[in-house]
Design a protein around this ligand. Structure first.
Ligand code: CP
Ligand code: NVA
Length: 306
């Protein structure tokens, strides 16, 4: 049966650790200019309803390095933009492509593509989840903390958004604690917390960011104004003041704590320049790891035996 990657929980623990090992192996080889062509003649279609720098470039580069090919698809240049049904589009794409990655405004769109395609479908960010980001972030945490993932306290500061939801779910696979700190009214969807807890995830919520950051191994933040929320800019900037990841907040975390951000950052809002460019920041490592993690993901969905 074809496997999709719409949520980080579409991976089992075994899938996750297999993907991490493969990503590390491919990363190491790439340092020596070795590019194992594990996906020759495979084609990735990438549909973007929203802007992207990292996701687009890392997927396209990744598929090329694996010996395949990637096609960027703007829905407005497709018949989708003129009203062709999503279900029909999915069926047609399945006749040409090996795998589809979609960044959609609404999670239901990527689900509808997945339901109607008979090739694997990857969620490249929706309003609800960003599983590729979290896969790369777990790779980053594994590089830093080795086999101690299950001992970590990972603190989310800011908006309870799509990246936060995926981080919450990832607690089920990694065993780390995810402590979420948001202003009232911007908490993550309670369903995500409930589902993660039911599946054994260690998820907590503390409104006060300074308290939440106490003894953190990882402080993670993201923009306060996600794509699609631009009209709420003024009210959001007001609501989130006090949730900036700055030097002062960082003092509450453990000495060896690292700061993560999925990027793009709005410097001066959710993170200060000095933290983003400081010694504890691992944001560039995270961005690079999108490439290695997604190469591993595509091999797992499409690899030799499939
Ligand atoms: N982090 C991330 O998904 O970045 P892009 O929006 O640039 O793809
Ligand atoms: N939460 C952000 C993530 C961008 C990668 C957004 O949805 O815009």
């Amino acid at each position: 049966m074809k496997k999709n990657f719409l949520s980080i929980l579409d991976f089992t623990k075994n899938d996750l650790f297999e993907a991490l090992d493969l990503a590390l192996e491919l990363k190491e080889k790439r340092k020596n200019e070795e590019f194992p062509e594990l996906l020759p003649k495979k084609t990735l279609g990438m549909i973007f309803e929203k802007a992207s720098t990292r996701t687009r470039i890392s997927f396209e580069t990744g598929m090329f390095e694996l010996g395949g090919h990637a096609i960027f698809l703007n829905p407005n240049d497709m018949q989708l933009g003129r009203g062709e049904a999503i279900c029909d589009t999915a069926k047609v794409l399945s006749r040409y492509l090996s795998v589809v990655m979609m960044r959609s405004n609404s999670h239901s769109t990527v689900e509808e593509i997945a339901d109607n395609a008979n090739i694997p479908v990857i969620n490249g960010l929706s309003d609800k989840e960003h599983p590729c980001q979290i896969l790369a972030d777990i790779l980053t945490m594994k590089e830093i903390f080795k086999d101690d993932l299950n001992k970590l306290k990972v603190v989310w500061i800011g908006d309870g958004n799509n990246v936060c939801n995926s981080l919450i779910l990832s607690s089920v696979l990694t065993g780390y604690e995810v402590c979420v700190s948001t202003p009232k009214g911007y908490e993550p969807d309670p369903e995500y917390i409930k589902n993660a807890q039911k599946a054994g995830g260690n998820v907590k919520y503390i409104e006060d960011p300074a308290k939440a950051a106490e003894d953190a191994d990882v402080i993670y933040t993201d923009t306060w104004i996600s794509m699609g929320s631009e009209a709420e800019k003024d009210s959001r900037l007001q609501a989130f003041s006090g949730y900036c990841v700055d030097e002062n907040l960082l003092k509450n975390a453990k000495d060896g704590a690292v700061v993560m951000h999925c990027l793009p950052a709005h410097r001066g809002d959710e993170i200060t320049d000095s933290v983003m460019d400081g010694k504890q920041s691992v944001v560039w490592q995270q961005a690079e790891n999108r490439l290695h993690a997604q190469k591993a993901l595509m091999v797992m969905l499409l690899g030799k035996n499939k």
